[in-house]
Design a protein around this ligand. Structure first.
Ligand code: AMP
Ligand code: ZN
Length: 460
């Protein structure tokens, strides 16, 4: 019985998929004008855990993640430059090249973190037609109005605008937020379509019934989610910053156009913070990439392990010492399972506890605790192996690649290790050291234990 916290209703709810055994999931993807930072990646790991837990419950998942390659402006209030065009100017490339480059870099990061691929990653620029069609419906129903720089959504026409964020916009004084565009009816009205500036040709622009320009940021998700998953669909996710603007506006457009909810469950992952509750943002200097963690000698899965230790609805303060602790724990886990026998029958009591933890709004920190208790238990290794591999379908720590690998250490390495042990017992230190060096050069380490020795691979 899987229960999930729904931001919209502000409570944990039992999941009841619209179709009996298949869940439709839409996760907002990256704006591909720069690399993803480790904060962004936390959101994708949270969504990956969600998907894996759905599958653990025997459900099929139809997962769509969009790629924002146009329309996301530097200010969430629909002002400023388009992030893509800005990135292109910064790097002296075209906006299309920038999109291609950073999409590929993003997919590489997802793979390194063992994140299961979405069924489709549709690009906003490939769905301009669908977005225009949606804006036309909004215009016909009286929810859109024109200003000198674009078509805007008239939030005042919706009685429940802001319900996701539990904000009552009606009572909010106009101008509470710094007002930039005086032509907007309400400060929080948002762009559906922006016009290209007069005399300046944009790299990314399209004809529309309202003039040449480009879609607003939120409209792409409303249009693509409906195109691929239908409306309503089951679960919509993103980081917490999406609650007040992006998802609030997706809901407004989609519900105004079609008089039916966009998604039933809305889930949001908390941020990675650095230092004193400071959020990590691409515009601030504390931008850390997965690549930087790897250059500091950490494995990407150590970062994944670190993320698993904090519940997705709590902020996570990143530090290198916490990452080191995660790396040590992961290495210890790998070391232990390397010597495990082939899996046979699992340990039911631990499997039950694991399942009830993950089913309780993805309580992965608790599930990790169950895993370590299993490791410490007196069950034989073939039983632990069976349960661990099951758990790893949720945790995604790559245990299948390591488990029992002790038994497949190449014969040449075993022979070297044996020769070294012989030399050591004969107190021939020179020979034993030289053999140890040979093993190390081949990527193996010998650990002397009270009852003989153990061969360890230095890189997992
Ligand atoms: P963006 O590429 O800026 O559109 O962001 C991609 C995803 O990362 C969105 O779902 C954001 O909510 C999320 N996000 C942005 N910053 C952070 C952060 N510091 N920690 C966790 N998630 C974040
Ligand atoms: Zn979105």
């Amino acid at each position: 019985m899987l229960s999930l916290y729904n931001t919209l209703t502000r409570k944990k709810e039992l999941l009841k998929p619209l179709k009996k055994s298949c869940v439709s999931l839409y996760t907002c993807g990256p704006t591909v004008y720069n690399f993803a930072h480790i904060g962004n990646l936390r959101t994708y790991v949270f969504e990956d855990i969600l998907k894996r837990v759905l599958q653990y419950n025997g459900l099929k998942v139809k997962h769509i993640m969009n790629i924002t390659d146009v329309g996301h402006l530097t200010s969430d209030a629909d002002e400023g430059e388009d992030k893509m065009e800005k990135g292109a100017t910064r790097e002296g490339k075209t906006a299309w090249d920038i999109a291609k480059f950073y999409t590929a870099a993003f997919i590489k990061d997802l793979k390194l973190l063992n994140i299961l691929p979405a069924d489709k990653m549709p690009r906003a620029t490939d769905h301009i037609k669908e977005q225009i069609a949606l804006i036309k419906i909004l215009e016909r129903k009286g929810f859109a109005y024109r200003t000198s720089d674009g078509m805007y959504f008239d939030t005042g026409k919706l009685a429940d605008y802001g319900k996701l964020a539990a904000q009552n916009f009606k009572d909010k004084k106009a101008g509470a937020r710094v007002e930039v565009n005086k032509e907007k009816h309400m400060p929080w009205d948002f762009a559906l379509w922006k016009f290209s500036s007069k005399g300046a040709k944009r790299q990314m622009e399209w004809k529309s019934p309202w003039g040449v320009g480009f879609p607003g940021w939120h409209i792409e998700c409303s249009a693509m989610a409906r195109a691929y998953l239908g409306q309503p669909f089951d679960i919509h996710c993103g980081g917490i910053d999406h609650i007040t603007i992006h998802h609030t506006n997706e809901i407004a457009q989609s519900e105004a156009a079609y008089d039916t909810p966009l998604a039933r469950v809305w889930m949001h992952g908390e941020f990675v913070v650095i230092g004193e509750q400071e959020k990590m943002a691409k515009s601030v200097n504390n931008f850390l990439r997965l690549d930087a963690l790897m250059k500091n000698g950490f494995s990407p899965l150590a970062y994944r392990y670190l993320l698993l230790g904090t519940h997705y609805r709590s902020p996570l303060a990143f530090s290198f010492s916490a990452l080191q602790a995660a790396q040590n724990a992961l290495d210890a886990l790998y070391d232990a399972v390397r010597d495990f026998e082939k899996p046979r029958i699992g340990c039911a009591e631990f499997e039950e506890k694991f399942k009830s933890a993950v089913d309780d709004d993805l309580n992965i920190p608790k599930a990790l605790g169950v895993m370590w208790n299993l490791m410490k238990s007196a069950y034989p290794s073939h039983a632990k192996a069976k349960s661990l591999l099951k758990f790893d379908t949720v945790l995604g720590l790559g245990l299948a690649r390591v488990l029992g690998r002790h038994f497949i250490i190449p014969a040449r390495i075993r022979a070297l290790a044996q020769a070294r042990e012989k030399a050591r017992l004969a107190r021939d230190w020179e020979e034993s050291d030289s053999l140890r060096m040979q093993l190390e050069n081949a990527g193996y380490q010998i650990e002397d234990a009270p009852k003989g020795y153990r061969i360890k691979k230095t890189h997992s």
